[in-house]
Design a protein around this ligand. Structure first.
Ligand code: NAD
Length: 473
């Protein structure tokens, strides 16, 4: 048995006797062992993050940028190892893991560029006689220690979306990765140290939820940046006290296909957006609304494409859909499918489960109240519903407590403008699916899907505070 991997506390590698087995979701076999940080370790991480914030906040912009470019270089150098790790810990197909590593490098490079661009404003104060001769000088300063908590589905890139902006902002950082996928995050910690980030200012601490909650409550943390499920995220916001909290949560993304859109293209994109990563993406296509005139044609195309997907070993190059993160996650998602079928839904593809695999599933005749529509399924499951008018499609898409991203296929600019104005989402993708995301762009959920924004430029705003100095010459 291999030695368990240690965790990082203020730049120092530590071990413990509490061991986490990291399992390959496809076979269930152990592919790594990781020591879990305990209460004393996170106390030390908090102390280090607080005292060494004094080091990071004095780092000049060019130095922070150089550290991030060095980190991006190390991600490139170790990309093969990172890809292999992501396939094994997350059960992703190799193509998806390759894409994630490329994106992670890009996220860090964008952070490196943004580190040099943190700017301010000069505000003339001669609004009336009292301010004559004075100017306000507005400038962003690092906020303080950032606690980053990340999910399993993009274990490396989502950690980069927090670590990159935190370093760019000049904050110290404690990263708490998901228990299913801690290895790529520990490698990221290793690389951040090698890249020259002040050692005492970085910790990567896989730990139990109760230990993580201790950090969320702790007054030394200035900002909690959380990506994960709505239930956990909103709970953490309640216990976080006065600190700043950013939540990037889940959703049940809708895609509308109107009859004047490119139907074959839309169907191809729905298959990619609904089923890749076994549907475990926060902006996975979950609810598809088809305009009645093209309903039969689009549905038949969709069902053909979904039935043709190859499900299996994520290490095999021909696999389209791998396992879900665990058998229990597949069981929970599949219960929602069964419930829908018992309630009268029809199954046009899939509709079965085998261990951690939910077969790519297309459901019709579902109702808005069913959990396959109302909640986040986070599995390769798509519901299809016809609509008659565009207004009806917008109302159906908006019938959700979530609002992350939505997609709409139409070549009518007026409909696109109407959807942009009326859909209650953080991002609308015209003529592509909800799953489209560029890592430098702003990304956020509204309503139940979160608060605050990611994308390095925007995350830096969340991780800094703007102060004003009144300058009187
Ligand atoms: P999760 O909420 O179970 O876990 C997320 C992280 O929180 C993990 O590190 C986990 O260990 C930790 N955690 C769990 N309970 C905790 C507690 N009580 N205190 C402190 N930390 C705790 O989510 P998951 O299953 O890892 O990820 C899937 C979810 O993440 C989905 O809902 C998905 O939509 C969402 N997600 C959102 C985005 C986004 O950017 N909006 C991106 C990816 C995933």
């Amino acid at each position: 048995m291999t030695e368990p991997r240690g965790f990082l506390v203020g730049g120092e590698w530590r071990t413990s006797t509490e061991i986490l087995e990291v399992r390959f979701p496809y076979t269930g076999e152990t592919v790594g062992r990781v020591c879990l940080a305990g209460s004393k370790d996170v106390e030390d991480a908090l102390r280090s993050a607080e005292s060494d914030f004094s080091l990071t906040r004095r780092l000049p912009a060019h130095r922070r940028s150089e550290i991030l470019y060095a980190l991006a270089g190390l991600i490139r150098e170790r990309s093969e190892e990172l890809i292999g790790t992501i396939v094994l810990e997350a059960g992703k197909t190799r193509a998806l893991a390759e894409n994630e590593v490329l994106r992670a490098k890009a996220t860090i490079e964008v952070s490196a560029e943004e580190a040099r661009r943190i700017d301010g404003t000069i505000l003339p104060l001669d609004w009336n006689a009292a301010g004559e001769g004075r100017v306000g000088c507005l400038r962003r300063f690092p906020l303080g220690p950032v606690l980053a908590i990340t999910p399993f589905n993009f274990p490396l890139n989502l950690a980069c979306h927090k670590l990159g902006p935190a370093i760019a902002a000049g904050d110290s950082v404690i990263l708490k990765p998901a228990s299913a996928t801690p290895i790529s995050a520990l490698m990221l910690g290793e690389m951040a140290l090698e890249a020259g980030f002040p050692a005492e200012a970085i910790s990567v601490v896989p730990c139990r939820p109760d230990v993580a909650e201790r950090m969320v409550r702790d007054g030394r943390i200035a900002c909690v940046s959380f990506t994960g499920s709505p239930a956990v995220g909103w709970h953490l916001r309640e216990i976080a006290g006065r600190k700043r909290v950013g939540l990037e949560l889940g959703g049940n993304a809708a895609v509308i296909v109107h009859s004047d859109g490119d139907i074959p293209f839309a169907v191809g994109r729905i298959v990619a957006g609904g089923f890749s990563n076994a549907g475990q993406t926060c902006i996975s296509v979950q609810r598809v609304y088809l305009h009645r005139p093209i309903y039969d044609e689009a549905l038949a195309l969709l069902v053909d494409r979904v039935r043709a997907l190859t499900v299996g070993d994520p290490r095999e190059p021909g696999t389209d859909v791998g396992p879900m993160i665990s058998e229990s996650a597949a069981r929970a998602a599949f219960a929602k499918v069964q419930e829908a079928v018992e309630g009268g839904a029809g199954v046009l593809a899939g509709g079965t489960r085998n261990g951690p695999f939910v077969m790519p599933t297309v459901l019709l005749d579902t109702t808005a109240e069913m959990r396959v529509n109302r909640t986040e399924v986070f599995a390769p499951v798509v519901t299809v519903t016809p609509y008659d008018t565009f207004e009806e499609a917008i109302a159906l898409a908006n019938d959700s407590e979530y609002g992350l991203q939505a997609g709409i296929f139409t070549h009518d600019a007026r409909r696109i403008a109407q959807a942009f104005a009326e859909l209650r989402v953080g991002g609308l993708v015209a003529n592509d699916v909800s799953t489209f995301r560029m890592d430098h762009a702003p990304y956020c959920g509204v309503r139940g899907s979160g608060i605050g924004r990611e994308g390095p430029k925007y995350a830096i705003e969340e991780m800094t505070e703007e102060r004003m100095m009144v300058f009187s010459p």
